[in-house]
Write a protein that binds this ligand. Structure first.
Ligand code: ZN
Length: 313
């Protein structure tokens, strides 16, 4: 079936000057391949309209923090931490990607699209309420989930984060809430340090955070095993009204940073499981947000398989 694709490569706005793994090439090459492949016929390129999204974004991030990012950008750029760069266009790029996340949720939950992949940069899942870190400025996943809750009144939004790093920012945003279920598979111990299985949520949110820490070198068999044993049963129990995938491909064996051994076949099989679950519980509705993944080749084969599965009914 036809699915939506939002290509927000941001190469003119948010590229480091040299040698940084979070660059536009890592998604430009995979998108170029995808758009010259057999999957193109069932891809609808979407161009988000400018939307008013500040109400939602400021529910996730402190305006003072985003003001600081803007100041750094306007003064020519710099770093928020050892590896989170800001260029003169970064504030605009981050804001555009976050707005596109809001727009994509509105498209899906207003029944105009069923599934969308947003190829946006900068990534987001490490971004916390009051600071950016780990290449991330605005938490696009959290912004998307909050849009579904606040604007559409959803009571059960499920986030599946299979980026190789733990999505600390997303976890903290929803840690005491039961209207957003956060499930993360990640290498552990590893950057950013959080994501132990004992972190399960608090108060009303207890058991609405599910961390699945995995050892270095984990392969498809380990990922799929956890998916079948723990992720899918928890999702069935939750009965999500909407599924958001934080889709980093840095667990792929080609990735220079991840240290895992997953392959594109693993991403295909995990996607297939989520499509099937979405069909059963939420009219097939899935938003997938590009996150990490630093091997252009690994991202190319993984994205191809991910999209191929999302296109299946
Ligand atoms: Zn990552």
């Amino acid at each position: 079936m036809m699915i939506g694709l939002i290509p927000l490569i941001q190469e003119d706005l948010h590229d480091p000057e040299y040698g940084h793994p979070e660059n536009s090439i890592r998604i430009k090459i995979p998108l170029d391949f995808l758009l010259s492949s057999d999957l193109k016929a069932e891809l609808k390129i979407l161009e988000p309209e400018p939307v008013e999204a500040s109400d939602i974004i400021y529910r996730i991030h402190n305006p003072h923090y985003l003001g600081q990012v803007k100041t750094v950008a306007e003064s020519g750029g710099g770093f928020l931490d050892g590896d989170t760069f800001v260029t003169p266009g970064t504030y605009q790029a981050a804001w555009q990607t976050a707005e596109a996340s809001v727009w994509a949720v509105r498209e899906i939950l207003s029944q105009r699209q069923k599934r969308i992949f947003l190829a946006g940069r900068p990534p987001g899942h490490h971004a916390e309420q009051n600071f950016g870190m780990g290449f991330c400025i605005i938490n696009n996943t959290a912004v998307a989930a909050e849009t579904a809750v606040v604007e559409f009144g959803l009571k059960r939004v499920a986030i599946i984060d299979w980026d190789v790093h733990h999505g600390n920012g997303t976890q903290h945003t929803f840690y005491e809430r039961d209207d957003v279920l956060f499930v993360s598979l990640h290498r552990f111990p590893f950057y950013p340090g959080s994501g132990a299985s004992a972190e399960r949520g608090e108060g009303k949110g207890l058991n609405y955070t599910l961390n699945i820490p995995l050892p270095a070198g984990s392969d498809d068999e380990i990922y799929l095993g956890e998916f079948v044993k723990r992720v899918i049963p928890r999702l069935i129990e939750y009965r999500p009204e909407f599924i958001i995938i934080t889709s980093g491909f840095d667990a792929h064996k080609e990735d220079p940073l991840g240290g895992m051994r997953a392959t594109e076949e693993g991403f295909a099989l995990m996607t297939r499981r989520l499509v099937s679950l979405a069909n059963e519980y939420c009219e097939g509705r899935i938003l997938s947000l590009f996150e990490g993944g630093y091997s252009p080749q690994g991202n190319t084969v993984s994205l191809y398989q991910h999209i191929k599965e999302l296109q299946k009914n």
